[in-house]
Design a protein around this ligand. Structure first.
Ligand code: ADP
Length: 575
């Protein structure tokens, strides 16, 4: 029930109770007061009549008529009783009937009057069949004069007084009720408004204003509520900003994040997680359905069971490697655990490349170092003839060249990748450069009966760094010869294609499977070390080539089919 209605009810009940109580008290007081006055009046009238009768004694035959006149005027019954109790006159009876009346000598008022001069009584009258009031007085001659009046008649006199007093009480109480109600409304209405506004705010209507009217206490309450509302709003704003920040961080994290409930169903996840698992909206789905990996699922299960953080690196198929950390979320919220999934495929690959590379470099270095050491030892022992000495010295030179080549490649790649290489561009003849490199590598080709041919339009010129373009051609031709079948052919070609100038180097080697064609340009990537017909490479050549081509503003393509040779084609912007 509202405070206002409570006050109204309370004032209503109090006013009604007060009215009833006052009416009861006043009715009684009023009745007594009126009765006292009526009694006093009749006593006065009795005494006056008695005195009048004595002062102007009527003749016996006129006495009855005088008494009846007086009874009419005074609106009462008049009885005259002789000293022996006999009724001599009675204004309510015919004179003929009076002698038959019962002796009144024992009536209390008559006895009292005879003894003390006056008497009064109230009792039931058998003659009239009603309650009556009697007022008696002894006359000097011993008779008793008695006036009697019906009690109902007295009540009739009382009635208007009673009703006006009751009406006054009711009106006063009504006025009291109205004043009380209006006062209480002045107090309760602002509280009601405050309550309503506070409820609206609690129900999510933050813009709702709190009223500031009413009594001082209500105003203080309103001010406190307003302060509370302000601080709540500020707290909500802060929480909202923090939530937005968390959501942003959650979304921007490079790791896939997934929050699960105790049944291992996804509650929330970020975009990275959706991308990693390839499901656009994972919310509500079971972790196992999404990940389809027992090891990962068990990781989540273990964390939920033990409450401890667990982590694992998991391989999905041949390619993908994830490092996953699952932590339990304490505190009885719906969220039971959070998993962070990091795709470490590249890292793993780089790491394995680094390991392979270190092994390769060590291997590459060990072989020439061993050869050099052996040759040096033989030479230091002496006793070699001139031809052997020359051969050994040549071996030392070639092996040191090889080491230098490897170190150069490494340095080159490091330099190119760090962006420190600056091209010294010049306009040069592409066919001339191709021929120059072909000549350089001719010994390696002819050693395995490989024919190297250059077929290019002599006019074709490019703007390039001579040394770097030579390096590109050398690396590609070196590979072509290296992988070409013995006795096969390697063709160098140059031409124009639209706004580009290109050159290509085709061989008759094992070809490169389509799936590998992009990867061979990555650092240290080698399809299969045993493919090379001669020495194995370092896996750096094509990475260097690709970087250098891009540095020239060009691009490189490979066209190959397994078993049908490969053609590497380099496009450069036309001069
Ligand atoms: P490497 O020093 O091993 O030759 P590259 O970066 O030059 O390193 O080449 C990377 C890999 O690409 C090689 O190991 C080889 O597997 C493959 N490859 C490069 N050129 C050819 C080619 N002409 N024919 C077949 N495979 C090739």
């Amino acid at each position: 029930m509202r405070l206002g209605s409570r006050f109204t009810t309370l004032f209503g009940v109090l006013s009604a109770a007060a009215a009833v109580l006052l009416i009861l008290v006043f009715d009684e007081t009023l009745r007594r007061a009126v009765e006292d006055r009526v009694v006093a009046r009749f006593e006065r009238e009795r005494d006056y009549l008695a005195e009048e009768l004595d002062r102007f004694p009527a003749r016996p035959e006129e006495l009855d008529a005088s008494l009846r006149r007086a009874a009419k005027v005074l609106e009462c019954r008049i009885t005259l009783v002789a000293p022996d109790g006999r009724v001599t006159h009675d204004t309510d009876l015919l004179p003929a009937d009076v002698p038959a009346m019962e002796n009144h000598g024992t009536r209390p008022e008559i006895r009292q009057a005879r003894e003390s001069g006056s008497g009064a009584a109230t009792r039931f009258s058998a003659t009239e069949g009603e309650d009556r009031l009697y007022f008696a007085r002894r006359r000097p001659n011993g008779d008793v004069l008695r006036l009697s009046v019906a009690a109902a008649q007295v009540r009739e006199i009382e009635l208007p007084y009673l009703w006006s007093s009751r009406a006054a009480i009711v009106l006063a109480c009504l006025a009291l009720f109205l004043v009380g109600r209006s006062l209480s409304k002045r107090f309760s209405d602002p509280i009601g408004e405050l309550t309503e506004a506070a409820s609206a705010i609690a129900a999510g209507e933050p813009g709702r204003e709190l009223p500031s009217s009413g009594a001082e206490e209500v105003q203080l309450l309103g001010a406190s509520l307003r302060r509370m509302k302000d601080s709540l709003e500020r707290a909500a704003e802060r929480a909202d900003a923090e939530r937005r920040l968390t959501a942003m961080v959650f979304e921007q994290l490079p790791d896939g994040l997934v929050v699960v409930d105790s049944r291992l169903h996804v509650l929330e996840s970020n975009a990275r997680f959706a991308r990693m698992i390839g499901v656009p909206a994972p919310a509500g789905r079971a972790v196992y359905d999404l990940l389809r990996n027992r090891a990962l699922y068990e990781l989540f299960e273990t964390t939920l069971k033990t409450g401890e953080t667990a982590e694992k690196t998991v391989r999905l198929g041949d390619e993908i490697v994830w490092h996953v950390i699952v932590a339990a979320i304490p505190g009885g919220s719906r969220a039971a655990a959070v998993g962070a999934l990091r795709d470490v495929t590249r890292l793993e690959r780089t790491e394995s490349m680094r390991r392979t590379f270190v092994a390769d470099v060590s291997h590459e270095l060990r072989t020439p170092i061993a050869s050099i050491a052996a040759a040096a030892e033989t030479l230091s022992e002496g006793g070699t003839d001139e031809a052997d000495t020359a051969q050994l010295l040549d071996l030392i030179r070639r092996q040191s060249d090889r080491m230098r080549e490897l170190i150069d490649d490494l340095m080159d790649l490091a330099q190119i990748e760090s962006g420190a290489v600056e091209l010294r561009r010049e306009e040069l003849s592409l066919p001339a450069l191709l021929r120059e490199v072909a000549r350089e590598l001719a010994p390696a080709a002819s050693a395995r009966s490989i024919r190297v041919s250059v077929a290019a339009d002599e006019e074709i010129r490019v703007e390039a760094d001579r040394r770097r373009l030579g390096q590109i051609v050398r690396n590609l031709l070196d590979n072509a010869i290296k992988f070409c079948r013995d006795g096969g052919a390697v063709r160098l070609d140059a031409g124009r294609a639209g706004r580009e100038t290109f050159f290509s180097i085709g061989d008759e080697g094992p070809g490169i499977p389509r799936a590998e064609q992009e990867k061979i340009f990555q650092r240290f990537y080698q399809i299969d070390r045993s493919r090379a017909k001669t020495r194995p490479g370092t896996g750096l050549g094509l990475a260097i080539v690709k970087h250098l081509v891009q540095l020239h503003g060009g691009r490189i393509e490979v066209e190959s089919e397994a078993g049908a040779g490969s053609t590497f084609r380099v496009f450069l912007p036309a001069v």
